[in-house]
Design a protein around this ligand. Structure first.
Ligand SMILES: O=c1ccn([C@@H]2O[C@H](COP(=O)(O)O)[C@@H](O)[C@H]2O)c(=O)[nH]1
Length: 270
């Protein structure tokens, strides 16, 4: 089954558009993990197991593992998700992009080393830099379009032929780069108007939407502005608000509660 087929099946089976982001920060782990040499894996595994019933996907962010020299924990975590929770796709958030010969290795890193079902990619080197990802038709390619951060507009809003650059990215991905039907776009929850504009440009291309929870994005505006006609089309990602919902011994239950509450909040507006 391809990534897109798996995502659609999971949207239906879980009745959830929630993606839990896996951004380990040991300083925020509960006290029980102090002295645990494999704390990154154990903490993330507990979060995955507790939140799995409420999610359509998981999104590990690679820098959070690499900075801790925990790439091995990331490999084992993705393998754990596939084994313990088959059918839940994993989106590796690595925002890669380089000349084609190097991008080939980034694609292999995401899909062959880590076993991700999809990967985030940076479009600003152009199509050849993303082609090695696009060519893996069974995997997803999630392309940065209008990011959630405060400075997103510095470059993404620059007018090119009378349209903001992010709209060119949206149109190019939807009309040219999505030949295998394996593309998604990153559009931040913090930009409701842009969510609506981009949905108009790209039809049913799914969005990965970070920025709810810790970044303050408005869930109602996200869903109402960016869902597709069938009430799907969105992978709404939250990391810190779920992972660190409690720093006590109830961390896993608190994470499950936060994921479930986000699922229910989203579903109210679908
Ligand atoms: O535009 C973007 C693209 C990616 N991210 C990533 O998503 C999570 C957000 O974490 P929260 O704790 O839910 O704020 C993080 O991994 C970012 O690197 C993004 O925020 N915005």
């Amino acid at each position: 089954m391809s990534f897109m087929q798996a995502l659609r099946a999971r949207w239906a089976d879980s009745h959830s558009l929630v993606c839990v982001g896996l951004d380990p920060e040991p300083a925020k782990f509960p006290a029980a993990f102090s002295g645990d040499d494999d704390a990154v894996f154990h903490f993330c595994r507990d979060i995955v197991d507790a939140t799995a019933p409420y999610v359509c996907s998981f999104k590990p962010q690679i820098a959070h593992f690499a900075a801790l020299r925990a790439e091995d924990a990331l490999e084992r975590l993705v393998a754990h998700i596939h084994t313990a929770h088959p059918g839940i796709p994993v989106i590796l958030d690595s925002k890669r992009g380089d000349i084609g010969s190097t991008a080939q290795h980034y694609a292999s890193e995401a899909f062959d080393r880590y076993g991700a079902d999809a990967v985030t990619a940076n479009p600003y080197l152009g199509r050849d830099s993303v082609q090695p990802f696009l060519d893996r038709a069974d995997r997803g390619v999630v392309i940065l379009c209008r990011t959630s951060n405060a400075g997103a507009g510095d470059l993404q809003d620059l007018l090119v032929a009378d349209r903001p650059l992010y709209q060119h990215v949206a149109a190019k991905v939807a009309n040219e780069w999505n030949a295998h039907g394996n593309c998604m776009l990153v559009v931040g929850a913090t930009w409701p108007e842009q969510l609506r504009e981009i949905r108009t440009i790209v039809g049913d291309v799914p969005f990965l939407v970070p920025g709810v929870g810790a970044q303050g994005g408005d869930v109602q505006a996200v869903v109402e502005n960016a869902k597709t006609a069938d009430g799907t089309g969105l992978v709404v990602s939250s990391s810190r608000a779920v992972l660190y919902a409690s720093s006590g011994s109830d961390y896993a239950q608190a994470a499950a509660q936060a994921a479930m509450a986000l699922r229910d909040q989203i579903n109210r507006y679908r």
